[in-house]
Design a protein around this ligand. Structure first.
Ligand SMILES: *[C@@H]1O[C@H](CO)[C@@H](O)[C@H](O)[C@H]1NC(C)=O
Ligand SMILES: *[C@@H]1O[C@H](CO)[C@@H](O)[C@H](O)[C@H]1NC(C)=O
Ligand SMILES: *[C@@H]1O[C@H](CO)[C@@H](O)[C@H](O)[C@H]1NC(C)=O
Ligand SMILES: *[C@@H]1O[C@H](CO)[C@@H](O)[C@H](O)[C@H]1NC(C)=O
Length: 458
C-alpha cells in the first residue's frame, strides 16, 4: 500500500516535471486564445450602459453595415472584408514583444497593424509585454521589410514597388476608409490560454518568425480602433492561418467555439490539433471555390422547419463568417423560410425594432432559453456532402427587445449569403484548409475557454 502511494507520487512528479520543462517554447498540440467579443467587458469597445437586449440589437445593426466589396471599377480597391467586426484576440509581435489587441477577421486575409517608427516614447520595461494599439518598428530587432519582387508581395492585392523596391500597398474599403503601408515581416508570439497547459509554470507559447504583415503608415476614415489591428484568418495565401500552417507543423486549421451573447463567458479560438472538431455528432462539409479567395464558402442544400424541408431553387453557396451577427440568405429562400415559420409559430406578430429583422413576435416579456425553445421551432440546415446541423431556437431567433423575439436571418442584398455568428453560437466550428472542409459539432461554448488552474500544492 505504502509502495503504491510512493509509486503514484513518483509518477506524479515525473509527469509534472515533464510538463514544466516541455511547455515554455512550443505547444505540441497547438494553442488556444481568448476570442473576445467586442461588446464584452474584456473589450475596449465595451459599453456598460448597454443592456443584454441592447447588445443584441447593436450587433444586428452592425450586420447591416457589412460590405463584401469584390473589387472596385475605379481600380483602387483591393482587400475585401466584411466591415462589422465582432471578435478580438491578443497577438504579440516583435522582439521584445508588443502585445496587440486585434480584430479577428475570418473574411479577409491580410494581417495588419498601425505602425510608427521611433516616436512611441520610452521603450517598454525589460520583460514586460505592454498592450498597445500601435507597433513601433524601431523598438523591435526582428522587424523586416519585404522586397516587392517576392511572392508574398504579389499575394496582397493593391501592392506596388516604392522607390527602394520595397512592397507598399494602398487599400480602400467599401466604407470609404483607406490604408497605406509597407508589407513587413515580424516574429509573432502566441500565448496559450491560461489553464491550457495544466502544471505549466509559464504560459506556453508558439513563436513564428518572419510572418508577413501589413505595417499601416497612413489610415483614413472608419473607426480608428477598428483600423488599428487586424488578424486576417481568411482562406487566402497571405492569411495568418496559411502562414502558421506553412511555418509550423500545426496545419492550416483553426476552430472557434462562440459563447452565446446571453452568458457572461469567453469564447475560444484554437489552432493546431486543438482545432480538430471531434465532439460526438460532428459533421463535415467540403469548402467550395469562392468568388473571394478569403471566404470560407460551403453549399447550403436544404433548410428544414419541423418536418417541412425547403430546397433552395438555385445553387446556394454560403460563407461561414464570425464577423456578422445575422445570417443572410438568398431572398427567395428566406421568403420560403418565413412562410413556413409563420405557419408553425402560434404567437402574435409584432412590429420589428430594426429593419433587418422582418419576422418578429410578441412573447410578453424577457423569456428564458427553455421557454424560447418551447415557443419557436428548430431550424435544420443541410450542407454539401450530407452534413446536417440543427439550429436551436436561440441560434435562429434573437430577443431584440424585452418581449420581442425576431428571426435572426435577413435577405442578402449583395448576393453574398452568410451564416452569421448567432447561428454558430454553441457550435465548435473547425476550418481546415488542408482537408478543404468545415466541421460543426454542438458544444457548450460557455465553458470552452479554460480558467487558470488552481495552484499545484505538493
Ligand atoms: C526607422 O527610422 C530609422 C531611423 O530614422 C531608419 O533607419 C529606419 O530605416 C526606419 N525604419 C522604417 C521601417 O522606416
Ligand atoms: C497561392 O499559393 C499557391 C501555392 O503556393 C499558388 O499556386 C497560387 O498562385 C497563390 N495564389 C495567389 C493569389 O497568390
Ligand atoms: C493618407 O491617405 C489619404 C487618402 O489616401 C491621403 O489623402 C493623405 O494625403 C495621406 N496622408 C499622408 C500623410 O500620406
Ligand atoms: C462577468 O464575469 C467576470 C469574470 O469572469 C466578472 O468579473 C464580471 O463581473 C461578470 N459580469 C457580470 C455582468 O456578471
Amino acid at each position: 500500500m505504502a509502495g503504491t502511494t510512493w509509486r503514484a507520487l513518483l509518477l506524479l512528479g515525473v509527469v509534472l516535471t515533464a510538463q514544466l520543462c516541455g511547455c515554455t517554447a512550443y505547444v505540441g498540440d497547438g494553442f488556444s486564445a481568448e476570442f473576445i467579443h467586442r461588446d464584452s467587458a474584456k473589450s475596449p469597445l465595451h459599453d456598460p450602459s448597454l443592456t443584454p437586449h441592447g447588445r443584441v440589437l447593436a450587433a444586428v445593426r452592425r450586420s447591416a453595415a457589412r460590405s463584401y466589396t469584390v473589387g472596385d471599377p475605379t481600380g483602387g480597391v483591393a482587400e475585401i472584408r466584411s466591415s462589422p467586426y465582432e471578435y478580438l484576440m491578443y497577438v504579440n509581435i516583435g522582439t521584445p514583444r508588443t502585445r496587440m489587441l486585434a480584430i479577428v477577421n475570418t473574411g479577409s486575409n491580410l494581417v495588419s497593424f498601425k505602425c510608427i517608427n521611433g516616436t512611441s516614447g520610452p521603450p517598454p520595461a525589460a520583460g514586460a509585454a505592454p498592450l498597445s494599439y500601435v507597433f513601433d518598428t524601431s523598438s523591435s530587432s526582428s522587424y523586416g521589410l519585404v522586397a516587392c519582387r517576392l511572392p508574398s508581395c504579389h499575394a496582397v492585392q493593391g501592392t506596388s514597388c516604392d522607390a527602394n523596391s520595397i512592397c507598399q500597398y494602398h487599400l480602400s474599403y467599401g466604407d470609404g476608409s483607406t490604408r497605406d503601408g509597407i508589407l513587413s515581416t515580424e516574429t509573432f508570439t502566441f500565448d496559450d490560454a491560461p489553464g491550457g497547459c495544466v502544471g505549466c509554470r509559464e504560459r506556453p507559447q508558439l513563436q513564428v518568425t518572419r510572418v508577413n504583415f501589413g505595417c499601416d503608415t497612413n489610415t483614413t476614415g472608419g473607426n480608428p480602433f477598428l483600423l488599428a489591428g487586424n488578424v486576417g484568418l481568411g482562406a487566402g495565401n497571405i492569411s495568418l492561418i496559411n502562414q502558421i500552417g506553412g511555418a509550423t507543423s500545426l496545419g492550416r486549421r483553426f476552430s472557434y467555439c462562440l459563447a452565446p451573447f446571453s452568458v457572461n463567458a469567453s469564447s475560444i479560438i484554437n489552432f493546431g490539433a486543438r482545432a480538430a472538431v471531434t465532439e460526438p455528432g460532428a459533421v463535415t462539409t467540403p469548402l467550395i471555390p469562392s468568388a473571394v479567395d478569403a471566404f470560407y464558402t460551403i453549399l447550403l442544400t436544404s433548410v428544414k422547419i419541423g418536418n417541412k424541408a425547403i430546397v433552395p431553387a438555385k445553387r446556394s453557396p454560403v460563407v461561414v463568417d464570425s464577423g456578422t451577427a445575422l445570417t443572410f440568405l438568398d431572398k427567395a429562400l428566406l421568403d420560403a423560410i418565413v412562410e413556413e415559420l409563420t405557419k408553425s409559430i402560434k404567437l402574435q406578430r409584432k412590429q420589428s425594432p430594426e429593419k433587418l429583422l422582418d419576422l418578429c413576435y410578441e412573447v410578453g416579456g424577457t423569456i428564458q432559453d427553455w421557454v424560447l425553445e418551447k415557443l419557436f421551432p428548430e431550424v435544420t440546415l443541410g450542407f454539401g456532402g450530407g452534413a446536417v446541423i440543427t439550429l436551436k431556437a436561440k441560434n435562429a431567433f434573437v430577443q431584440a427587445q424585452p418581449g420581442t423575439v425576431c428571426l435572426a436571418m435577413s435577405a442578402a442584398t449583395d448576393n453574398v449569403a452568410v451564416i452569421g455568428n448567432i447561428a454558430q453560437q454553441n457550435f465548435h466550428v473547425g476550418f481546415d484548409l488542408d482537408k478543404g472542409s468545415i466541421t460543426f459539432a454542438a458544444a457548450d461554448c460557455a465553458s470552452s475557454y479554460p480558467s487558470p488552474p488552481a495552484p499545484v500544492s505538493l
